[in-house]
Design a protein around this ligand. Structure first.
Ligand code: GLN
Length: 468
């Protein structure tokens, strides 16, 4: 079902078995055939990709490789709609720094992938362009918010893709679709040109078919960018340097809070199977505790909504975004433009965020959430004093069914329990698929200390190989 990894196509390109132009053509025909039923892409500009392919330098790390881009990352001359009616007509006037980095490394950016509107959601159903289906079972959601990026890679209509992860939006859809997704350390990849949802949590990262490809993409994406004030000046290592090395003696923590009875039996089984595989590889498994695990969801939803209410205020029909027709007054223009442009979930978040920031409630909610956030980070510091990495599920369940009306927004929020901590603490975390005999994919998550991606990828690839 998959289209072939980056490594595979690099080899095909360098042997001359296929040209970059032919590769784009082949991919485009697959998209044209499969996308109408899947809705993973909301648009793709074949002509622009063919022009880029004609002059692609295949000697570069991603030379001639097409990469799909989430609809909230700016590619000059292409739409960046965040799957929202609000930005229906918006065409990016410049490249995001991550896109410049991909281009510098020879990649061809090709296609805008569907997403939950403004990256708010976990199912890929909050899109003004309709839901994306899970390629493993079209009755289920692909996860979100990077729904289209994950579904496209899993369905074999993308080699790899970019996503963004504020509370799990790379790792959770990767888990639900059966692929690899990594959120790097906060600050590793520039956020310049990523439409902001919650700036202190947002990170761009790759979705790929295997760990090796994730490392390759990170090599090309990371690096200091003066245009992002939170960008890290740390040197970018070779993230694939330790892939294939032994993990004997490495200490891996299992938080007792992650062994919850609320996990699906298949998730518990996948976690147990992964722990066993790591032990067989010589890793030392240590039970640890992350005592604030229960508080992360409410903390995240207060902070993320607060930041969203501020970030999304620019979409007012004047500075940016949809403008209502036939308005009479300025107030009317603002309120009608925003009511028409935003979908229900985005409105819910803006209202929640405005509430927690309002005078009288600010200290009770926002200030307290910031304090809990610091404690969550402290829990990880304590844990990483005992162990090198942490293992757990990526999500408590497999992909829910489409249009499951029995799930309230709150229940959906609670399912982010395992992915949110890494965002609150700014840590790198990866989801890799645990092979299933039948049924929907299940993802296993590994978390690491800040800037420890190289070792994280080493453990992830060792586990990937052991499970394959
Ligand atoms: N599901 C989470 C939310 O709805 C995460 C979103 C994200 O990471 N962009 O906020």
């Amino acid at each position: 079902m998959k289209f072939g990894t980056i490594s595979h196509w690099k080899q095909q390109l360098s042997s001359g078995a296929i040209s970059p132009v032919e590769l784009v053509q082949e991919l485009a025909s697959k998209i044209e055939a499969l996308n109408p039923s899947l809705n993973a892409y909301i648009s793709w500009d074949k002509e622009a990709a063919l022009v880029a392919a004609a002059s692609a330098d295949i000697s570069k790390p991603l030379g001639g490789i097409p990469i799909a881009i989430k609809d909230n990352i700016c590619v000059k001359g292409q739409p960046a709609r965040c799957s929202s009616r609000m930005l229906e007509d918006f065409v990016a006037p410049y490249n995001a720094s991550s896109i410049n980095n991909l281009h510098k490394n020879g990649a061809i950016t090709f296609g805008n992938t569907n997403m939950d509107e403004f990256a708010m959601g976990s199912h890929g159903e909050n899109s003004a362009f309709g839901a994306t289906l899970n390629p493993n079972n079209p009755l289920h959601v692909p996860g979100g918010s990077s729904s289209g990026s994950a579904a496209a890679v899993a369905a074999g209509i993308a080699i790899a893709a970019l996503g963004s992860d504020t509370g799990g939006s790379i790792r959770q859809p990767a888990s639900h679709c059966g692929i690899v997704g990594i959120k790097p350390t906060y600050g590793r990849i520039s956020r310049y040109g990523l439409v902001a949802f919650a700036s202190s949590l947002d990170q761009i990262g790759p979705l790929s078919q295997n760990v090796q490809d994730a490392a390759l993409m990170l090599n090309c994406l990371c690096g200091y960018d003066p245009k992002d004030s939170t960008s890290s000046k740390r040197e970018t290592p070779d993230f694939s340097a330790e892939i294939g090395q032994s993990i004997a003696g490495i200490k891996i923590g299992v938080p007792k809070e992650y062994l919850s009875s609320g996990n699906d039996p298949a998730v518990s089984a996948a976690l147990a199977g992964s722990i066993k595989a790591l032990e067989e590889l010589g890793a030392q498994i240590v039970e640890i505790s992350l005592p604030r695990a229960e508080a992360v969801v409410s903390t995240y939803y207060i902070i993320a909504c607060a930041e969203a209410s501020s970030n999304l205020s620019r979409f007012d029909g004047i500075r940016y975004g949809h403008r209502t027709a036939g308005n009479t007054s300025l107030d009317n223009l603002y309120s009608r433009s925003r009511s028409e442009g935003f979908g229900a979930e985005v409105k819910r978040r803006i209202i929640l965020g405005t509430y927690v920031l309002s005078s009288g409630f600010y200290d009770a909610y926002y200030t307290r959430a910031q304090k809990v956030r610091a404690l969550v980070a402290q829990d990880f510091n304590n844990a990483f004093a005992q162990v090198d990495y942490i293992i757990g599920p990526s999500s408590p369940t497999a992909a829910p069914r489409l249009k499951d009306e029995s799930l309230s927004p709150l229940q959906t929020y609670l399912a982010d329990i395992y992915t949110i901590p890494a965002n609150l603490a700014g840590l790198p975390a990866i989801s890799i698929p645990y092979p299933q005999q039948s049924g929907l994919p299940i993802g296993i998550q590994l978390q690491a200390p800040h800037f420890a991606e190289t070792g994280l990828l080493r453990v992830a690839s060792a586990l990937e190989l052991a499970l394959s």
